[in-house]
Ligand binder design. Sequence first.
Ligand code: F6R
Length: 636
Amino acid sequence: MCGIVAYVGNKQVVPLLLEGLKRLEYRGYDSAGVAVITSSGMKVQRAVGRVSVLESQIEKAPGFEGCTGIAHTRWATHGSPSVPNAHPHSHKTSDGYLVSLVHNGIIENYVSLRKWLEAKGHKFTSETDTEVIAVLIAEFYKGDLEAAVKAALREVTGAYAIAVICEREPHTLICARKGSPLIIGIADKSYVVASDASAIVSHTTQVITLDDYQVAKLCAGPNDKYNPVAEASGDTSGGGGPWKVDFKTTTIDDVPVTRDVQELEFDLAQIELGQFEHFMHKEIMEQPESIRTCLRGRIDLRDNRVVLGGLASFTRELVRARHFILTAQGTAFHAGLIGEYLLEDIAKVPARCHYASEFRYRNPIIEEGSITVAISQSGETADTLAALREAKDRGSLALGVVNVVGSSIARETDAGVYLHVGPEIGVASTKAFLGQVLVLTLISLYVGRRRYLSAEQLHNYLEELERLPDMVSKVLEQSDAIRTATEKCLDRNNWLFLGRGYHYPVAVEGALKLKELSYIHAEGMPAAEMKHGPIALIDKGMPVVFVATQGSQYDKVISNIEEVRARGGRVIAVATEGDTQITRYSESVFYVPHVSEALQPMLTVVPLQLVAYHAAVLRGHDVDKPRNLAKSVTVE
Ligand code: F6R
């Protein structure tokens, strides 16, 4: 979703802001903009479309030299993608200085605030909720940007991460957050702020994060200019003397807070394409490695145990749990559906996965012994965060299965297990899905062994888990064959994905991947459900993808395949290595190695990810930035 980059320091800011915006492109956006404090005041440029459009406009418009600036990629919520609606939003203070602001989040009371400000004579130029914050700050500005931002934030309700600059204080950058992510990087003689670590790591790995309702004042400038008196005089000419940097953190009510500097665990190579053409392809192909990092230190074959340090202090509650409530959205929800099967099958605890957006509003019943698990790659999905809060308010222990370290969900849970699969840049989630299923498997084994799972059963699972990365590699080797099979079916705009048991969620996930990337309509469902209606869709040549590995329901799946074939459907099957019988029923077969049924989803989903990837490439789509989608959905 929207992205923020901001900088105050000693370097020319425009190239730095544009580089940051490009790093954030993967989040999804429809317009972009920058504001820079130059020696002749604030310069703002905004454009609809890609960051490259903005870049070429700036190249043609000289005068963007300056060392303090803010930038934004917008994903439209309030108001269409247009230049007036793009950020930064700027407004003049009563003494004629421009204040500029970028914002992620949603201001819920913007209509009443706008009316109030209009009655005071302020003119608005956009349809956005964001503009009210810029106007409020200008309204409250009396020579102190920090004070004006705090006064404005005390008036707004909703979610925000903001970065604000003012012509009158050219060496100052103010940022604040509530509900939306924001990270402050402490670099050499400068500060670089972003909504996402990927825009910071090329500058520094030293960061501070803010909690909700906290504000940071970041100053960087030449010593003889960097002081409130020089700034208040409006003298922006720069000057000599040693460079001074300084930051201060307070709440919006002006209570000082101490924030520790943390080291970002982030490798730049993880967010660069390397030899790959698309991040999604890179992330699919690196899944064997992401499984290894996710498992590192967590399975101990010698002592035959699962080690989950993050859950250790809640082991008692986990073992006594009477009900697991899993909650998530999208692909993470599908991982949660597999979690239902895992927890019931391995740990023998009832488990249900709920769409977070439904769970939070439906007056959920949380009884004693309920444990809620929020599953999220980004850790910022608004609905998942809200569902988690709802469950906590009702007394549930709250656990997180999250990828992004330090994200909002990770911070608000009582305990959790990180995926540790590295940053996921492709909008369509792939390696994070595998990581989510793997962590849910580990949790099920951790609880299961303390309930009904024998030492031998655990040992078998652990041995298989250790071999899992190699098994995934074997599946990935079939990428070319999967591409050829996919190409044959691309003339059809409706596909079905079917599976039973553990593979029903895999089928639903396969359908989601295909539709979001290739814009082909696809439905996934339990194979048996087909006969209750969707079978009417099947005609000659309709592609139907079956997850048909050998397991408890294999024969039943074969019967479903027969039903599809009888109606002319074109069967693509994901089957177990060595299954020769299935070739009789299927036009194309992709094989996965044999493994326990509970671990199979982590193999069977891989060919479906590749089907979706190849379909999108073959159709000429922007794989990493599918239309209308955002990487992290921070609005409801
Ligand atoms: C689909 C996809 C989305 C996300 C969903 C939840 O490929 O990526 O469906 O899974 O928006 O996001 P997180 O996991 O960040 O909470």
